[in-house]
Design a protein around this ligand. Structure first.
Ligand SMILES: Cc1cc2nc3c(=O)[nH]c(=O)nc-3n(C[C@H](O)[C@H](O)[C@H](O)COP(=O)(O)OP(=O)(O)OC[C@H]3O[C@@H](n4cnc5c(N)ncnc54)[C@H](O)[C@@H]3O)c2cc1C
Length: 382
């Protein structure tokens, strides 16, 4: 039977990050993914500055070759009030295609020394052995579950519910000939859209050849209405929504993280499998890479309870931020507070200015709100 030091199930951002770290430290590491790369992954493709810095600092990986476009501005639109505010600053938002980004990152893991079995699905884990669809049975000292929202590895952990319901994201790529929102052309930068779902938001993320338009909401609050809300948003940004109606796709976004299940025994969960998506913004790529790195570090540095070390690392770095984001989400999507915030925002672009700093990792939500409330300067909208 084949045996590895570590098997990583899932070769996307979280899995490749863990793979690079482990293989570089000399661990015999296998990545198994059910997809053949390059492959499509439903995603807005927005990468924040903190992600670019993490890739550069920890992996010496430059985003440069994968960037479709970059923007130094950000805008807010509301279903009832129209364009609220937009601001240009020093922080950069990068747009990538996951088709290229994930493939590039997996190649880096292979270059670092990982073996990769692609196009083979992990079906179950039985007494520490992994069984795949092609009939392989492989064992390892440690297993990392980097297999996304519907993680098979997660289901193997005792005490984890299989009937979990996820918030949903809907998305479609729209050519510029069918977009009416981006006129005049100097408005072409990422915009977020409020007022379409009770708890959640929409987005238009421009790439070179098309814009990715999407919406995500907490489905258990707004289940049946998400598609209806998305159609309303499409009507606001699109010349002819019927041209793209059949191209809309959906994928879960695990916004309801609770840090309860990060692993057990010799199994560690990372990225979406561990539900490590920022509860307010829905940013997941950064947290997938960071948690993959932490899981690998826990395996490399700990004798004994690696899951405990991993728990400590994740909680130390993420629990505070995620708790603040959850609180901000509850407050922000309160109808009255949201209307008040929109009124305040429309007179002053400081809310956008400091939000760009929050996204780039320069401040957390506590500092964001303190700074916004303290700063009396009026920053004009673009
Ligand atoms: C509509 C939408 C828009 C988003 N936009 C953004 C954005 O703009 N910016 C951002 O930062 N985040 C965004 N996210 C979140 C982001 O896409 C995820 O958080 C991120 O991809 C998580 O990475 P991961 O490596 O944990 O999992 P994934 O990227 O989901 O990868 C899981 C991998 O595991 C493989 N796999 C699954 N099951 C098995 C199995 N049984 N056996 C073998 N392989 C398996 C899959 O093939 C896949 O390659 C968005 C999410 C959605 C749904």
């Amino acid at each position: 039977m084949e045996k590895y030091d570590v098997i990583i199930v899932g070769g996307s951002c979280a899995g490749s990050a863990a793979g690079i770290t482990l293989a570089k430290a000399g661990k015999n590491t296998l990545i198994i993914d059910k997809a053949r790369f390059p492959r499509e992954k439903l995603c807005g493709g927005m990468i924040t500055e903190k992600t670019a810095k993490l890739l550069q600092k920890t992996y010496s990986v430059s985003l440069e070759s994968m960037i479709d476009s970059r923007y130094n501005a950000f805008g807010v639109y509301h279903a009832d009030f129209g364009r609220i505010s937009s601001y240009r600053s020093d922080q950069t938002l990068f747009m990538v295609h996951r088709y290229d980004f994930d493939d590039f990152f997996l190649q880096e893991a292979r270059k670092a020394g990982c073996t990769a079995y692609l196009g083979d699905e992990v079906m179950e884990i039985d007494r520490g052995k992994i069984h795949t669809a092609s009939g392989r049975v492989i064992s390892a000292d440690y297993i990392i579950g980097a297999d996304g929202c519907h993680s098979t590895v997660r289901k193997e952990l005792r005490g984890t519910k299989n009937d979990e319901k996820f918030p949903l994201g809907l998305e479609v790529n729209i050519g510029y000939d069918n977009l009416k929102f981006y006129v005049p052309p100097e408005d072409v930068f990422p915009w977020v859209f409020f007022g379409y779902v009770k708890i959640g938001y929409g987005w238009v993320f421009p790439k070179k050849d098309f814009a990715t338009v999407g919406i995500a909401g907490l489905t258990h609050y707004d289940d049946k209405n998400l598609l209806v809300a998305f159609r309303r948003l499409l009507a606001a940004v699109c010349v002819d929504p019927s041209r793209i109606a059949r191209k809309i796709k959906g994928h879960p976004v695990p916004l309801n993280n609770h840090f309860k299940t990060l692993g057990a025994g010799n199994i560690l969960l990372v990225g979406d499998a561990a539900r490590l998506v920022e509860p307010l913004t829905g940013e997941g790529i950064y947290f997938a890479i960071l948690s993959g790195t932490f899981a690998a570090q826990a395996i490399l540095t700990t004798q004994g309870d690696q899951v405990q070390t991993y728990n400590v690392l994740v909680k130390r770095h993420l629990r505070g931020l995620f708790a603040q984001a959850r609180l901000a989400r509850t407050l922000y999507f309160n109808r009255w507070i949201n209307t008040y915030a929109m009124c305040k925002m429309s007179g002053n672009a400081k809310w956008c200015k400091y939000f760009l700093e929050l996204l780039s990792g320069e401040m957390d939500y506590c500092r964001y709100f303190k700074t916004v409330l303290k700063d009396r300067t009026v920053y004009p909208s673009l």
